[in-house]
Design a protein around this ligand. Structure first.
Ligand code: AMP
Length: 443
């Protein structure tokens, strides 16, 4: 559906046009008219579906309908991470560029003074993470009694990250009479309870089936021994000539170590995780987006909400403990209808984690054995040691059955120049050939 059929203001249509969007995505098509009507919404929408515009455009239009009176905070968007807050705020600014609203982002890890001074000058829209916003509320730096619209973005993740109490405290400060919009990739019972408490007669929207993976993401699993994962990753990046790869590890320490090792292999890499300062995170992300860094190694929480245009490759260097995180991870690629590829390097310890993911997705992910990296059948599964930062929702289990299907012993060419960024067209063609001939299905 075209944007101009959704009843949006000319100023918003212009802004959409300058973003280069032609058609509304399904979540936009479904959510925008309902939000414009003033309905509460519970939307099951994965990352990458265009949900941010889906709530931001009608939110701006609702605010624009009444701009009389002194400036006060009228809309609040809560997000789980600083990165997502910054990103959503960028969308608010982009879509609102032809309107006259003032907006700001609020999150921790940076000085609160500039935030306080902005608040004093008056803002209409706040995009915030719960913790820092609560600090401001408690210090009476911000007044939320004039809120007309509340958005809880990536609500499932906010619950996973333990923000529920902060969110409840914040919502207690809001007027009862308001419009509330809740977006979540997955619908657990906790999410439904939250929706019950915060939303009034919500209209439910589902744009992808419950807990299904983003469409168009090609998914593969490479069975490999744990100690050879890094080597295999370097080889895949080199031989397939991947230029922009987001790699997930389970721990901050693991992210640091892998980024260093890949850099030692000649593949420019940086790590991004909760122990890095906001400045370092922003810098790493900017370098990755600009193509100065080829690999961004991230933990689940740090990567939440990253929106990198046309991100072609996501690699699960380690499988997540929580199967839903797999959906979030691979949602970083194939955003808004683009093609993408998600590759998981799975060792014997992680077979159970993979099984959980496959049963959540109700599918079998294609297994490929890279010649030269066949798993050693003598290695038995061991329990996965959890990092201190790990959310321990589920204890992991390995299960010590060997991989089904025989790894091929056919030798593909090993090596590939991990270092090369150049000679692209030919190299890419050759590499594609080589890799498609050299990979084999395992089961
Ligand atoms: P989101 O799911 O909101 O994080 O959006 C994912 C990506 O899709 C962002 O890069 C948006 O700029 C982009 N996007 C949003 N709406 C559209 C649209 N209608 N057409 C094309 N791209 C879009």
């Amino acid at each position: 559906m075209l944007f101009n059929q959704l009843g949006l203001l000319a100023e918003l249509l212009r802004a959409v046009q300058s973003q280069g969007y032609e058609k509304a995505t399904p979540v936009q098509h479904k959510a925008i008219p309902l939000i414009l009507e003033g309905r509460d919404i519970l939307a099951g929408a994965q990352t990458g579906t265009g949900k941010t515009a889906g709530f931001t455009l009608p939110l701006l239009q609702r605010l624009q309908a009444n701009t009389k009176g002194p400036r006060r905070v009228r809309a609040l968007i809560l997000t789980p991470t600083r990165e997502l807050a910054a990103q959503v705020h960028e969308s608010v600014r982009n879509y609102g560029r032809y309107l006259n609203f003032r907006s700001m982002e609020i999150y921790g890890g940076v000085s609160s003074r500039p935030q306080i001074s902005k608040l004093r000058k008056g803002v209409d829209i706040i995009v915030a993470t719960p913790g820092r916003l609560l600090d401001h509320l408690q210090q009476r730096n911000v007044d939320l009694s004039g809120i007309e619209i509340l958005v809880l973005d990536e609500a499932d993740r906010m619950l996973d990250m333990g923000f529920i109490r902060d969110i409840r405290k914040i919502v207690n400060e809001l007027p009862k009479e308001r419009q509330s919009l809740m977006f979540s990739a997955t619908f657990s019972n906790d999410i439904k309870r939250l929706a019950n408490d915060f939303l009034v007669d919500p209209q439910e929207i589902q744009v992808a089936q419950r807990n299904t993976t983003a469409e168009r993401v090609e998914q593969f699993v490479y069975p490999v021994d744990k100690r050879r994962k890094r080597e295999l990753l370097s080889e895949l990046i080199g031989r397939e000539n991947w230029q922009q790869v987001l790699v997930f590890t389970r721990t901050k320490h693991g992210a640091n170590r892998l980024a260093e090792q890949l850099s030692d292999d000649g593949i420019q890499s940086v790590a991004i995780h909760g122990n890095k300062s906001q400045g370092a995170r922003t810098k790493a992300l900017a370098a990755f987006k600009a193509g100065r860094v080829r690999v961004l190694v991230a933990t689940d929480i740090a990567a939440r909400g990253l929106d990198i245009d046309k991100l072609p490759h996501v690699v699960n260097f380690e499988m997540p403990h929580v199967p839903e995180d797999y959906i979030h991870r691979i949602g970083r690629t194939a955003r808004a209808g683009r093609e993408g590829q998600a590759v998981s390097l799975v060792c014997i310890d992680e077979k159970k984690l993979l099984k959980d993911i496959e049963s959540l997705l109700n599918t079998h992910i294609e297994k490929i054995v890279m010649p030269g990296y066949e798993v050693d059948p003598r290695i038995k599964a061991e329990p996965i040691v959890q990092g201190r930062q790990q959310r321990s929702k589920r204890p992991s289990g390995g299960g010590n059955k060997a991989w089904r299907g025989k790894p091929t012993s056919r030798s593909g060419k090993r090596g590939g120049n991990a270092n090369s960024r150049g000679g692209k067209a030919n190299a890419r063609g050759a590499q594609r050939k080589q890799s498609s001939g050299g990979r084999r299905r395992a089961s």
